[in-house]
Design a protein around this ligand. Structure first.
Ligand code: PEP
Ligand code: MN
Length: 333
């Protein structure tokens, strides 16, 4: 008699283990999908839903037993993956201070951006910048790799568990590349393109995608804040301000490309609650000053930095004078 019952029990245990095995295979696929798509591994709501449904469906089982068993199953399916999840959601990374965005002035090739992404990811950088639509003074200067460059940037970033930052010059560029640019940059030259600010504000208000707005090189602080307001009023609260140097009479004979507007950090902090970044690369125009200006900006309370980094600075197609090597970035970090 006892033997007969034991055989049944053995069969049931076998079935349970078999089902657990199948369940684990399925959850592994879900975890891989989440990791590849930068989705959070933990989903407490979903876990609670499963447990509540089981409690409702199996009245004769003790609810605390169901909870205990399924929490153990959930933890088992997540355990290795939580370790693998060495990157988090963009919002989590955006709370890190100092917030550092780094990468080349422009994406030049798949190899170039992959090499740079790889080097700076090892320093712990989570945001990879790279211009693909370049606002060049001369129409016959290199204009960027456009959509193809955005794809290179995105692939290089995701391979290294980073998010992308890239400038767009018009709404169509944004629409075509929305999926691949995590933080949309509006550059200095477009700070007063009010039509662009309005349309990007409206387009990003649907998803609250972050917009990084750079100060116009001849804009006052209040004009800068007023420009950010166009995006805020369109319904997107996620604006990051970036000071990048202004034109003053120093440019008549100083070696600085612009005058680093460090005082702007203090004033913006009083006048707005938006995150404030400082760009030591464009504001100085020279890699030999990048480190000291970075330090000064952070001392003054900037929330972070946006730096131009190249694996072979002297060969950079655009802005080679101000590009620093990843080893210099490492020192700054
Ligand atoms: C840039 O960051 O790539 C850039 C062009 O900067 P800015 O708009 O400040 O000149
Ligand atoms: Mn540049």
């Amino acid at each position: 008699m006892l033997e007969k019952y034991r055989k049944y029990i053995d069969k049931i245990d076998n079935d349970i283990a078999n089902l657990l095995n199948k369940r684990k295979e399925l959850t592994q696929q879900i975890m891989d999908y989440k990791l590849n798509n930068l989705l959070p591994i933990n989903n407490i709501n979903r876990e609670n839903e499963i447990i509540n449904q089981l409690i409702n469906n199996f009245h004769n089982l003790n609810p605390s037993l169901i909870k205990k068993i399924f929490n153990a199953i959930f933890n088992d399916s997540k355990s290795e993956n939580v370790l693998k999840e060495s990157f988090q959601t963009i919002n989590e990374y955006l709370t890190i201070r100092p917030l550092i965005i780094a990468g080349p002035c422009t994406v030049e090739s798949k190899l170039q951006i992959n090499n740079i992404a790889n080097d700076i990811a090892q320093i712990g950088i989570k945001f990879l910048r790279g211009g693909c639509f370049k606002p060049r003074t001369c129409a016959n200067s290199f204009q960027g790799l456009e959509d193809e460059g955005v794809h290179f940037l995105y692939d290089a970033a995701r391979k290294n568990k980073m998010y992308t930052v890239s400038e767009i010059l018009d709404l169509q560029q944004y629409i075509r590349n929305e999926e691949y640019i995590d933080i949309i940059q509006i550059g200095s030259r477009n700070m007063t393109s009010y039509g662009l600010l309005k349309s990007i504000g409206k387009a990003t208000a649907k998803t609250n995608k972050y917009v990084l707005l750079k100060r116009g090189m001849s804009a006052t602080i209040n004009e800068f804040i007023a420009a950010a307001d166009y995006i805020l009023q369109a319904g997107n609260p996620n604006v990051i301000l970036c000071l990048r140097g202004i034109r003053t009479f120093e440019q008549i004979d100083s070696t600085f490309r612009f005058t680093p507007d460090l005082s702007g950090i203090l004033e913006l902090k009083e006048k707005t609650k938006l995150p404030i970044l400082f760009d030591p690369s464009h504001s100085t125009g020279s890699n030999k000053y990048v480190k000291s200006i970075s330090k000064a900006a952070l001392e003054l309370g900037a929330d972070g930095l946006m730096l131009e980094v190249h694996n072979s600075p002297q060969d950079a197609i655009v802005d080679s004078n101000q590009a620093i090597h990843p080893t210099e970035l490492k020192e700054i970090v």
